[in-house]
Design a protein around this ligand. Sequence first.
Ligand SMILES: Cc1cc2nc3c(=O)[nH]c(=O)nc-3n(C[C@H](O)[C@H](O)[C@H](O)COP(=O)(O)OP(=O)(O)OC[C@H]3O[C@@H](n4cnc5c(N)ncnc54)[C@H](O)[C@@H]3O)c2cc1C
Length: 402
Amino acid sequence: MTTQLDLEWLIIGGGIHGVHIATRLLQDANVNRDALRIVDPGQKLLERWCTCTQTTGMQYLRSPVVHHLASNPWSLRNFAKNYQKTHSEKPFAPPYDRPSLAMFNEHCTQLIEQLELNQLHIKALATQFTITDNHVTITLSNHLTIHAKHVVLAIGASNQPEWPTWAPRNHPRVHHVFAHDMHQHWPTSPERIAVVGGGISAVQVALRLLSEGHSPCLISRHPVRTHQFDSDPGWVGPKLMAGFLRESNMNQRRAMISHARHPGSLPPGLAKQLEKAIKSKQIHWHEDDITTLQQQENTLTLLSPAHICTVDRILLATGFSSQRPGGKVIDDLISSSSLPCAKCGYPIVDQLLRWHPRIHVSGPLAELELGPSARNITGARRTGDRLVGMIKQRARHKSNLS
Ligand SMILES: Cc1cc2nc3c(=O)[nH]c(=O)nc-3n(C[C@H](O)[C@H](O)[C@H](O)COP(=O)(O)OP(=O)(O)OC[C@H]3O[C@@H](n4cnc5c(N)ncnc54)[C@H](O)[C@@H]3O)c2cc1C
């Protein structure tokens, strides 16, 4: 049976971005909670964030204390005062007071409970968008049809892990650390494991494996790259964003983003831990490009120009694909509504992050307007600022007219 729901705002994606945007719409823009929903296929909000971060074994976030999901920038700092009375781990790690993952997640849980966001979560996938004159019709995988005046696409990139071409997709001992079913394949008894990748997640996974009694080797295409953040913090504010926004050519903006990012990099503290583990031969480091995988009965042999590495299991920590996220549902939306895209395939949006008067974007889809940090927690906060600013301005305009 098909049922229909009429809404003011529909957020597609219940990750870091979707949850922050819902928070801002409710708390700062006075959006009526009955007129707002979040669609996400997970059993709970933030499911992909929780599983991806848990797999890596990371203890602290890479980003600083003011990057969290609540409206008030000081919320997590205040939360930490009580948290540290009942928890043994340090709430923040130097430098830049990076919050512990456990505390960050508990802060998220408190926010979701306070705002009763679970009640607004529809557990489904958006499978079709049709834009009409006065609303967008969204068809969901659970057969619900929604009419929404405004849609926010906060679909992230976590559903598209990057697979190297040589890696078989359905092999019982080759997995991507960010695959949905990774938890079912995590090794439980000591094994020789090749972790493929040289960035923060690869190194965290290798250190986690080591601490659990496995023998990890890391295979990276490049030497250790050390950067505190995945892009210069100047990209969050006008220091670097002013020049980015002055650039009107979207191909140039894409080039600026690519140049600004530090993919496959490690913060200095983690690089030191890795160096120590390599020196003591606890982690083996191979700098090479794998070309072939050979399979014997119980072992896997990775061949690269300079090395041969024989292991029991391979974990790919090769990040996410750089192609535009969303797959067919977004491809169809683009073609049915003639939505503008740059050469790189990503949306061309206005200052209010509108891809269409009724469709806003966040995360990777907002990159050509928000720059290199659009995907991060700070990118979610800046999307929130723009949406709240727009709604408040409209409300002021309306009250001036009446
Ligand atoms: C291990 C790890 C550590 C990170 N650490 C940090 C950090 O310390 N600081 C920082 O700032 N950033 C960090 N990031 C980067 C970024 O903040 C996270 O990737 C974050 O989870 C992105 O949030 P998101 O909401 O865009 O995407 P996601 O978490 O991927 O959420 C998007 C959701 O949308 C859903 N979705 C997709 N398509 C549809 C559809 N058609 N219908 C309905 N739902 C759909 C997906 O299923 C998913 O649940 C980290 C990333 C990773 C992977």
